[in-house]
Design a protein. Structure first.
Lengths: 304, 279
């Protein structure tokens, strides 16, 4: 190494990753935040401060769509937390049972939807739920519930919930796997000690296992949050950029895409698009901070 | 022993619940696949029955082959995925080695800087990424996608790989140094082979999201000659909405490569998740 103070090999090892990451991820991220403060007047970029945000949050032309997308996004997230994560935990709890046969088969099969692309998932469900094909109504008819059927993706009041449930169907494998891993890492001695005390079956799950897997539940919650507030593909694949019917399935991702890229007669506006991206950034950052500083520090961790 | 472990009724109930959920998970895929091999009439008359001699038809696949350039799309997806994984693994491992092996000023800070991207999605920066790709002329090239996916995959790769590299024995590396090996030789010859399992985990984690992404191909490379399979099938299906045979066949063809990847790599993937690589 000689006397030179700079150890060049460290620079060489770090440089490619740091350069690509900085140039393609960090720099554009901050540049997008910056672009949100500009607007275009007669083909030149003009600094307008927080004007774009004032329009986005206050000007009815924009704010109606924004608050609609934000509200829909929270509902989308809420359904995931309420349906996806409990089902994932329940499946993991069953799978982690020590004497269960075919566990590997079930695990791999239930994970299959997770590996499919949104395009496949969106269209497959669109076809299955479609009144034209009639699979969903026929199946309901077979169990005598035909009256329950409605063209769910076509009705404003059901479309968003339906898509959220399709997304739950697709991603249930992720909480299942993470919780399954956490359950397997609980030492046998703890469960045996509980059994000696007469705590078995369901009560062992509620009193022993659930408290021990809380950190993993925290992780899946924040992963769900970030994933949902960044979602776009499924809605776009199933309902198109207009997130119909009548914007009832519009979430921040689709709203940003339309604004930034333009659609039909509306021209794309990169600056308003950046303002929406900045709002998404703020929401995701708030969620991550709440997780890191409030939830993660309060959850008790057990070292085995 | 646990009550449930002895009670056959509980075991049956558990299998029952898992079978029901497995059916729910596989049903849509199954319906798409069987109907892609049927005539239009049979698709509508008996959507849930398997194709038989009378209803069997490949008309959908013929339309897809004629109309869509699926081999080109497949090739583009392949190039983008393989190249991105290569760069994620190479650059990620190099950075992870620097962070875990050497003590230098700013080491922790650099680690934190690279970890920022684990939680913040790269999509937030799309507006500026597109501007940059337009300015550099990379828009509508596969390089735009490769760069974006490499940047997106690096943070988690560095994080996972540096955890593993800390476990590589110091004696081995120091023995190499005494033998006069350069730091580069130590990295490529001694350390990389030892962290191969961790590299496989990183590769498998990144592979499926890259292959399935719709957002960046749609925005950065929508040209006909750079369409990925995911975008290509999205556009194709959008154009052929009313041709059910073609739509079902296109969906089946899009499912096939991912299923093949999954069958090959599912053990690696599941081992990666359950070994706590993402904790």
């Amino acid at each position: 190494m000689g006397k030179s103070r700079i150890r060049w090999h460290i620079v060489v090892f770090l440089a490619p990753a740091v350069l690509v990451y900085t140039a393609v991820m960090i720099f554009p991220l901050f540049n997008t935040l910056r672009l949100a403060l500009y607007t275009e007047v007669e083909q030149s970029r003009v600094f307008v401060g927080l004007d774009n945000f004032r329009r986005l949050f206050g000007d009815p032309l924009w704010s109606e769509a924004f608050w609609n997308a934000l509200g829909n996004n929270f509902w989308f997230f809420f359904i995931h937390m309420l349906v996806q994560n409990p089902i994932g935990i329940a499946l993991a709890a069953i799978l982690s049972h020590p004497r269960l046969r075919f566990a590997a088969f079930y695990r791999s099969a239930i994970f299959i939807p997770t590996i499919l692309s949104f395009v496949i998932v969106g269209f497959a469900w669109k076809l299955i739920l479609s009144p034209i094909w009639g699979i969903a109504p026929d199946m309901l008819k077979a169990i005598g519930l035909k009256s329950l059927y409605a063209p769910w993706l076509g009705k404003e009041e059901y479309a968003l919930t339906t898509l959220a449930l399709v997304s739950v169907w697709q991603f249930v494998g992720i909480p299942m796997m993470l919780i399954y891993a956490a359950l397997l890492s609980i030492p046998e001695e703890i469960l045996e000690a509980a059994e000696v005390e007469g705590i078995t079956g369901m009560s062992a799950f509620w009193k022993i296992k659930l408290p021990l897997i809380l950190p993993s539940i925290g992780i899946i919650s924040i992963l769900t949050f970030v994933g949902n507030f960044n979602a776009f593909d499924l809605i776009y694949a199933a309902q198109g950029a207009l997130a119909g019917p009548d914007f009832s399935t519009d979430i921040l991702g689709t709203f940003m895409y339309r604004t930034f890229f333009g659609f039909q007669l509306q021209l794309g506006d990169p600056h308003m698009g950046s303002a929406i991206a900045t709002s998404m950034f703020g929401i995701i950052l708030t969620g991550v901070c709440i997780y890191l500083f409030v939830i993660q520090t309060r959850i008790r961790r057990y070292q085995f | 022993m646990n009550k449930a472990r002895r009670n056959p009724f509980n075991i049956a109930a558990m299998h029952g619940a898992l079978i029901v959920y497995t059916l729910i998970a596989l049903f849509p895929v199954f319906v798409i696949l069987i109907n892609s091999f049927k005539t239009r009439k049979a698709i509508f008359r008996e959507p849930l029955s398997l194709p038989d001699a009378e209803s069997f038809s490949m008309i959908g696949y013929q339309t897809v082959m004629k109309q869509g350039d699926f081999f080109l799309y497949f090739q583009n997806s392949m190039i983008v995925t393989v190249a991105s994984l290569f760069f994620i693994l190479l650059f990620g491992a190099m950075a992870a080695f620097a962070l875990s092996e050497y003590r230098f000023r700013g080491n922790t800070l650099m680690g934190l800087y690279l970890a920022l991207g684990i939680m913040i999605p790269i999509r937030i920066g799309t507006v500026a990424i597109l501007e940059m790709m337009v300015a550099t002329g990379l828009v509508n090239t596969l390089w735009a996608l490769i760069l974006v996916y490499t940047a997106q995959g690096l943070p988690l790769a560095v994080f996972i790989l540096s955890e593993f590299m800390r476990q590589v024995s110091d004696d081995l590396k120091n023995a190499g140094r005494i033998d006069g090996l350069s730091e580069y030789t130590i990295f490529f010859r001694l350390v990389l082979p030892l962290v191969r399992p961790a590299m496989a985990t990183v590769a498998v984690f990144n592979m499926i999201p890259i292959w399935n992404d719709l957002w960046f191909p749609l925005i950065l490379a929508p040209a006909e000659e750079t369409k990925t399979l995911t975008l290509g099938s999205q556009v194709f299906i959008g154009q052929f909405v009313t041709d059910w045979n073609a739509v079902l066949s296109a969906l089946s063809m899009a499912i096939l490569p991912v299923m093949v990847l999954y069958v090959i790599f599912s053990r690696q993937l599941i081992r990666g998740i359950t070994s706590g690589a993402v904790k």
